[in-house]
Write a protein that binds this ligand. Structure first.
Ligand SMILES: [Fe+2]
Length: 161
């Protein structure tokens, strides 16, 4: 069923952008689980639990993006094999142990994903799909907040103080 008021090229842009960020998001969620399972060191319980909470929040946005693809009449692509080919996120190392190493590796990938989601807002807005843009805005805000939660464990001074 066609979406009223949306041009076909806008719909195609949104479907492609949603599937691209879906692949990135699945990579980051699995990185968060890898970190959750393997982390050791200072603040163990706090950081172990936080990684899992963030993975769960990321999963809700994953679902929203995949279901928006359906709303637009597309095909969501989220298998492990497809994600490996499509993700733009750097592979997560499987030998990390120390909490600081996991925090830095996770933050690096979340910041990268955050910038891609910000670009996605612009891409779908320019194509004329404000609803999909709203999904990315919501996701972007959550990613920024979770990045702050995780990064704060490093105890670094604010950049703009
Ligand atoms: Fe767990």
């Amino acid at each position: 069923m066609p979406i009223k008021g949306l041009e076909d090229n806008a719909i195609k842009t949104s479907i492609n952008t949603l599937n691209a960020r879906l692949a990135d998001t699945i990579s980051v969620r699995l990185a968060l689980k890898q970190a959750h399972w393997n982390v050791k060191g200072p603040n163990f319980i706090a950081i172990h639990e936080l990684f899992d909470e963030v993975a769960a929040r990321v999963a809700t946005h994953e679902d929203t993006m995949a279901e928006q693809v359906q709303t637009l009449g597309g095909q969501a692509v989220g298998t492990a094999e497809a994600v490996v080919k499509a993700t733009k996120v750097k592979p997560y190392p499987t030998d990390l142990v120390q909490s600081e190493d996991h925090i830095r590796a996770v933050c690096d990938r979340m910041a990268d994903l955050g910038s891609r989601v910000r670009n996605a807002i612009t891409e779908v807005t320019d194509a004329g799909d404000d609803d999909t843009a709203d999904i990315f805005v919501d996701y972007s805000r959550q990613l920024d907040k979770d990045l702050w939660f995780i990064e704060s464990h490093l105890g670094e001074a604010p950049k703009f103080a």
